[in-house]
Ligand binder design. Structure first.
Ligand code: GCU
Length: 423
């Protein structure tokens, strides 16, 4: 009986995986976008006229309208009106990453007052920078805390980080399934290529846990009027990219005109949102951001809306649960979020076997956003299909074999993209 039950569970787990009901899906994303609905609704409001000939159609007014719609329907208010300041800094390693860089830890406070939340940035800057030059910057968010991603145990252990185990058998399994760089970044290679690399564990601000997230979100009540209080973790994680820039752009070693942000999966959702709302961000890498990220909410493949809002009720505005369920559907979808990045470069990373993240509808969203890039005189998505990997446009749709995770090849592609687009 016992062994039958075990067999049954193994079989159902295997079926679950094979049918693509988890990020570990072993089936392959559909590569043909013909016959599938294009990104909807139209990106330019009908009352603005159907002509896309004038860049003025895409003005601050339209962006403000879209921000309001994404806040109302998907993410809740993004508290980017709060400013962040540095409150402490220490040097952690003068000869970091084999002597290629200097590692510092910066403590940051968001807003004013005794309840103002704080978080840490692990900042690695290259030691050798040509005279008179400043380094381009990548700000990344991570799953397991700054000491893990930076491979520097003397960084402060993250608040709310106890749930993550990067060591022992659990760490080994995570690396085997999701790739080595799911936990640690290729820190040496990033510095060798001349980038400053800042890392944030956004769970320090809002825990990635439904119960604790609720009380962390409450902290913002003292700082903001009721209508602007965040109602979902992703909105705060998105704002954390900007709060990092508030501090890092003051650093004379960093070039504020070359700042990129990076996020994988849930942090890819946050990175897209941050880039859409914060024009200081020059380039975005959103890898496998999936539902609530680059993939269309109206899509019928991959993770369902019901599933994401029930598994992760703390990520979004409670209204997101109702998206698409009513006859008066929200007048937005994720292609509009990508369009808000225009004309800035964005890399959308995907894996053929990561059906859960819905690479097919991410391609359609990228295609749907292109109209705004065109309007602003910059080619958006130039790839003719998902398999066409020769991107010439500002929207770079990247897809590789394999599933959900971050591999060495992914980081090489991320950095090639930045080398090409930021310099
Ligand atoms: C889950 C979730 C996804 C998310 C992913 C991640 O799989 O369903 O929406 O992107 O976790 O963050 O790794």
């Amino acid at each position: 009986m016992g062994s039958r039950a075990t067999c049954g569970s193994v079989l159902s787990i295997a079926l679950f995986i094979l049918t693509g009901c988890t990020p570990l899906g072993l089936n392959t994303a559909r590569s043909d976008t013909n016959g599938l609905p294009p990104a909807a609704p139209p990106i330019i409001a009908p009352e603005q006229g159907s002509s896309l000939s004038s860049p003025e159609i895409w003005g601050e007014h339209r962006k403000a309208y879209l921000r309001g719609a994404f806040e109302a329907w998907v993410y809740g208010p993004v508290p980017s009106e709060l400013r962040a300041v540095e409150i402490a800094r220490r040097t952690v390693d003068e000869a970091y990453a084999g002597g290629l860089g200097i590692l510092e830890e910066v403590e940051v406070r968001v807003g004013e007052g005794p309840q103002a939340p704080t978080f840490h940035i692990a900042l690695a800057t290259p030691r050798s920078v040509p005279p008179g030059m400043r380094s381009p910057l990548i700000v990344g968010e991570n799953f397991c805390g700054n000491p893990t991603i930076a491979e520097a145990p003397s960084l402060s252990p993250p608040k709310n980080g106890e749930g993550c185990s990067a060591t022992g058998a659990v760490g080994a399994v995570l690396r085997a399934i999701f790739g080595r760089h799911i936990l640690e970044s290729p820190n040496e290679e990033i510095l060798r290529r001349g980038y400053a690399y800042a890392n944030v564990y956004p769970g320090e601000l809002v825990a990635d846990n439904p119960r604790r997230a609720r009380s962390d979100l409450e902290v913002f009540s003292a700082l903001l009027p009721e209508s602007r209080r965040p109602r979902g973790a992703i909105a705060v994680w998105a704002a954390a990219f900007g709060w990092s820039l508030d501090v890092l752009e003051e650093d004379p070693r960093i070039d504020p005109a070359r700042t990129a942000i990076y996020g994988h999966s849930r942090h890819g959702k946050a990175a897209l949102l941050a880039g859409a709302l914060d024009s200081r961000i020059e380039a975005v890498i959103a890898h496998q951001s999936g539902r609530g990220g680059a993939s269309l909410t109206r899509s019928r493949t991959g993770e369902t809306l019901t599933r994401i809002t029930s598994s992760y009720p703390h990520w979004f505005d409670p209204n997101f649960v109702r998206f698409g369920m009513r006859p008066d559907d929200p007048p937005i979808d994720q292609h509009m979020l990508i369009a808000m990045l225009a004309p800035r470069p964005v890399l959308l990373g995907n894996g053929w076997r990561d059906v859960w993240s819905d690479p097919n509808s991410a391609f359609r969203a990228a295609a749907g956003a292109t109209v705004v890039y065109d309007l602003l005189g910059v080619p958006g998505l130039t790839q003719r299909g998902m398999s066409d990997q020769s991107s010439e446009g500002a929207i770079d749709y990247y897809i590789r074999p394999g599933g959900h995770g971050v591999t060495e090849g992914d980081w090489k592609r991320f950095m090639d993209f930045l080398d090409h687009r930021l310099r």
